[in-house]
Ligand binder design. Structure first.
Ligand SMILES: Cc1cc2nc3c(=O)[nH]c(=O)nc-3n(C[C@H](O)[C@H](O)[C@H](O)COP(=O)(O)OP(=O)(O)OC[C@H]3O[C@@H](n4cnc5c(N)ncnc54)[C@H](O)[C@@H]3O)c2cc1C
Ligand code: FES
Length: 243
């Protein structure tokens, strides 16, 4: 589906928000993603996966420029059209009987923003958020508890360091971010006996379950596809030592 760009602007260091006209055809769950074709040519060949960061009169993505595809995307202008495939994957499940805690690192915060909006404005529930960045110039949110590695804004340290004292048996943690952060958080959740739903990233070629390029190891000894069975998993399903 080709959708018109309503806005594409830089919001922090190397970080952009892309808003597309919403054709009102979709119901999108927080945690789901789209495969984005960054231009009309055959190169780069593969679509790039981006999570939905907001969904209202526009479909919003927040992305970090890390390579060629995201660089091309950052140069797109309002009024241009872009080809997207989705929504894909599963989504986060909201459980109103738990204390809901969002923990995100860097660009992994993007899907948590749509989750936060859904929890608060659709389900009318409360949640606490802990968002970590390297430095102040990378911060692209103005809500939740903010941590920076260098202490240039908010708590000094990681989002995991910051949330630690707030975890308990009644917590349901929703997490997305770099793998070392997720591994550390998984250990803490085991320790505190809380639940965690984690959104994983993997290199994706097809995004629709065909190429098997995105598989992750599970405790049962088999592999699951991040694009179809994920990207959101119960953390107890994942074989973290092999990640
Ligand atoms: C389900 C899912 C949702 C995602 N949501 C977002 C999002 O909301 N915002 C966002 O900015 N990014 C998101 N990503 C990551 C994003 O897809 C990649 O950053 C992007 O594809 C990079 O494309 P590129 O052409 O710019 O970089 P490339 O030239 O392809 O790669 C540049 C560098 O980035 C690394 N890289 C590329 N893709 C990934 C990846 N998936 N995981 C880890 N390292 C990678 C490469 O190893 C390389 O070092 C998501 C990934 C997945 C799987
Ligand atoms: S990206 Fe091809 S199977 Fe997941």
């Amino acid at each position: 589906m080709r959708l018109k760009i309503v806005e594409n602007r830089q919001i922090a260091k190397d970080t952009y928000i892309l808003k597309l006209e919403n054709p009102a055809l979709y119901e999108i769950l927080p945690g789901q993603f789209f495969m984005i074709k960054v231009n009309d040519f055959n190169y780069p060949l593969l679509r790039r996966p981006l999570s939905v960061a907001g969904f209202s009169d526009t479909i919003d993505f927040i992305f970090r420029v890390v390579g060629e595809g995201t660089k091309i995307l950052s140069l797109k202008k309002e009024g241009e059209f872009i080809d997207i495939l989705g929504p894909l994957g599963n989504g986060f499940t909201i459980n109103s009987s738990k204390r809901l805690i969002l923990v995100g690192g860097g660009i992994g915060i993007a899907p948590l923003l749509y989750l936060k909006d859904t929890i608060e404005n659709r389900y009318r529930l409360k949640c606490e958020s802990y968002f970590g960045f390297n430095t102040k110039d990378e911060v692209f949110v103005n809500e939740g508890n903010i941590a920076t590695m260098d202490g240039s804004l908010g708590f000094k340290g990681t989002a995991v360091d910051m949330v630690q004292g707030d975890l308990g048996k009644d917590s349901l943690v929703y997490a997305c971010g770099p793998l070392p952060m997720l591994k550390k958080l998984a250990l803490l959740c085991f320790e505190y006996g809380c639940e965690m739903q984690v959104s994983l990233e993997a290199r994706m070629a097809c995004g629709i379950g065909v190429c098997l390029g995105c598989v992750v190891p599970t405790v049962g000894g088999d592999f699951k596809r991040v694009c179809v069975e994920g990207p959101v998993f119960d953390y107890e399903e994942i074989q973290w030592q092999e990640m």
